[in-house]
Design a protein around this ligand. Structure first.
Ligand SMILES: Cc1cc2nc3c(=O)[nH]c(=O)nc-3n(C[C@H](O)[C@H](O)[C@H](O)COP(=O)(O)OP(=O)(O)OC[C@H]3O[C@@H](n4cnc5c(N)ncnc54)[C@H](O)[C@@H]3O)c2cc1C
Length: 642
């Protein structure tokens, strides 16, 4: 049924696939891993999964992790793509590999690395990242767990002084891990040295029970993340050995002398690792949702045209308005994430090879903004895709709810998005100061901050859109700076007077950055690829401007005529996307098994799929008369007495 749609595509599909995966090699590897999942019975589409209890879902996920590990190295971030293929639950060990090991690599001394790294990598030492507490998450400096140095025994006494200091949320803590990287306030001789990580055994090697002095458990059901054992943990004067403190940047000697060394800023490195994965790999879940919604919108027909032919819902302009700007945003975020990955790698190389920290601030700022922007995008995209599929989008068999549930937490974890935007705002303000005082110090990506006006003839070209998005962000940054400075107490002003303006300014930076990356990607591509990407880039740029143009309006730099031109142009581009929509989502190369959607197969009868699932696979129907019927009789009796 969709073959005709496929033939309409106006660009070489394979070139687009390579662009989306960062090259031929990566795409081929992706297909190879996908075929492993497609051909393994344990990973066959199974929508009855959602009828299972959480206990059973957890066990099935554990079995699946074992099978996945036989083929895939989960220690290699490039292999995180399998998670994209297995959205019924993220595999066990992702926190260990993506958070614990990177933190270890950055914060542990060479001796500690040689002692632990092999067992960390081969999984014989399995740990969680225990930072967040009941009372504090984002405010890491204010954590309450203490690690008090005992001079008599040269040990640290790890203690939870009150309920709010209970570690809460760490993934893989509740049921599984044997070790934990515990973040606690270091105290030596009554003096506080701030929060530092301690690598400690928390469960017995033989029995797997929590060690004496430690209480551990799972925190309970959540919105999604059913298979992840996010846990709680408290310590009652638990004694940890001297070398449990990861001591690359701070050392405590046997007799209690404290010595700081090196640049502690490098601690940002481990956070960058996971944030980079969130940008690079998890953004692909937006594309998965779009693949489902676009295909379904081609299968689904509602109402008839003048020739009494039923209309595919993707032909409605309103449906295109729901999906096409998101499709453009997906491509923009993917191309942006490629640049970010390069930046993160370059920063790591400079630090590790030359002790050169010159890229750290820039990388941290861009990555903070991108993590916030991309995770909001994926969650928003999943929700709009669900809405675009009407009733069926609400059912698990559509494959859409799980994307929303599994991806939404990414807005909160690994740096809460508002706080990350505020960190980017701080960097923007610093560069704004440089624009006036030391223009040569402003990195290329932030030169736009010197823009005061923009002369553009046609507001809808890619180049004009880049200029206008830059000017918009520059105006909002200046506005936020004025607000901040208009209050005598800077800290109070930041927290209570200018937070909205600061976060707003920061949120408009990544659209500008993404457009630069989009333009970079378009250059030197084959004619047809270039044409369709140009259309997507223009839709993306226009949408970002229409959604967030306050910066230009503040200075009357966008007329009502220009706004109208933006709207009209975007609508005029939709028919081109309509013709290419299926190919644009299919360029991701996702198999039916991988999409896990009954409403969006490559070819097939979606209604038969749904009917078959409901009538044959839905285990709730296995019992012809359900036990719940007894309560109906009771309800009748209660009602009769009213
Ligand atoms: C699924 C999931 C998995 C997790 N896994 C782990 C894990 O493995 N290990 C771990 O240690 N933790 C983990 N966490 C915890 C997570 O890291 C924290 O929840 C996160 O850092 C946010 O902190 P918080 O909960 O304290 O939110 P808060 O900081 O309390 O945020 C609540 C609200 O207050 C606002 N806010 C707070 N401070 C400011 C400010 N200064 N300015 C403006 N607004 C502010 C925020 O924007 C937000 O709207 C996980 C969380 C989830 C949901």
């Amino acid at each position: 049924m969709l073959e005709a749609e496929r033939k309409q595509g106006q660009f070489p599909l394979l070139e687009m696939s390579h662009l989306l995966y960062g090259g031929k090699d990566q795409f081929d590897k992706f297909l190879e891993r996908q075929s492993f999942f497609d051909n393994h019975p344990m990973f066959k589409v199974n929508h009855d999964f959602y009828n299972k209890s959480r206990q059973d879902q957890i066990l099935l996920n554990a079995e699946r992790t074992v099978e996945a590990m036989k083929k895939l190295s989960l220690a290699d971030p490039n292999y995180y793509t399998p998670n994209v293929l297995c959205p019924q639950g993220i595999f066990i060990s992702t926190v260990h590999f993506a958070m614990v090991i990177p933190a270890f690599q950055v914060l542990a001394s060479d001796d500690q690395i040689s002692k632990w790294m092999t067992s960390l990598k081969n999984f014989s030492a399995f740990g969680c990242y225990a930072q967040t507490e009941l009372g504090h998450g984002s405010d890491v400096q204010n954590l309450k767990t203490v690690a008090v140095f005992d001079k008599q025994t040269s040990e640290f006494v790890i203690h939870t002084p009150n309920i709010e200091a209970t570690k809460f949320w760490p993934g893989e803590l509740g049921l599984y891990c044997e070790f934990a990287l515990v973040f606690a306030q270091l105290q030596v001789d009554g003096k506080g040295y701030g929060v530092h990580p301690f690598w400690i055994r928390i469960r017995d090697k033989e029995t797997h029970k929590p060690l004496s002095g430690i209480e551990i458990g799972d925190i309970g059901p959540k919105m999604g993340y059913a298979v992840k054992d996010n846990g709680f943990m408290s310590f009652d004067h638990y004694r940890a050995p001297l070398d449990s403190l990861l001591n690359r940047y701070i050392k405590v000697s046997k007799d209690g002398k404290v010595e700081r060394q090196g640049n502690p800023k490098v601690g940002y490195g481990s956070m960058m690792y996971m944030r980079n994965i969130l940008c690079d790999q998890y953004t692909k879940f937006g594309g998965r949702a779009l693949a489902i919604a676009v295909r379904y919108s081609l299968y689904r027909k509602q109402f008839k045209d003048d020739n009494k032919q039923e209309i595919r819902i993707l032909d409605y302009q309103c449906q295109q308005q729901k999906l096409f700007p998101l499709l453009a945003e997906f491509y923009a975020c993917v191309f942006g994430s490629v640049k970010i990955k390069e930046l993160v790698n370059e920063n790591f190389n400079r630090i590790s090879q030359k002790n050169d920290f010159s890229l750290l601030g820039l990388t941290h700022a861009v990555l903070s903004g991108a993590k916030a922007n991309y995770t909001y995008f994926v969650s928003n995209c999943a929700e709009w895709c669900r809405l675009s599929c009407g009733g069926h989008g609400f059912a698990h068999y559509s494959g859409l709810p799980v994307i929303f549930f599994e991806m939404s937490p990414n807005i909160t974890l690994e740096g809460e998005n508002t706080i990350l935007n505020l960190q980017l705002a701080r960097y923007l303000l610093k560069q704004l100061q440089h624009v006036v005082q030391k223009p040569s110090a402003v990195p290329e990506f932030f030169k736009f901050l010197s823009l005061e006006t923009a002369k553009v003839d046609d507001v809808t070209t890619i180049e004009s859109l880049i200029t206008l998005l830059g000017l918009n962000c520059a105006n909002l940054t200046k506005y936020a700076a004025q607000k901040l400075m208009s209050h005598p107490d800077m800290k109070e002003s930041w927290d209570t007077k200018s937070g909205i303006a600061l976060a707003k300014a920061a949120s408009t930076f990544i659209p500008y950055f993404n457009m630069l990356c989009f333009l970079d990607t378009i250059n030197n591509k084959a004619k047809e690829t270039k044409e369709i990407l140009t259309v997507l880039a223009r839709i993306y740029g226009i949408t970002m401007l229409l959604n967030n143009m306050q910066g230009l309006l503040l200075k009357n730099q966008l007329s009502s005529q220009q706004i109208k031109a933006l709207q009209d142009t975007r609508e005029s581009l939709y028919p081109i996307i309509r013709v290419n929509a299926l190919c644009l989502v299919e360029a991701q190369g996702l198999s039916d098994n991988s999409l896990q959607s009954l409403i969006a197969p490559r070819e097939g009868d979606v209604y038969m799929n749904m009917y078959n699932f409901a009538s044959k696979e839905n285990s709730l129907n296995k019992q012809q008369v359900h036990n719940g019927i007894n309560y109906i009789q009771k309800m009748r009796e209660v009602n009769a007495k009213l």
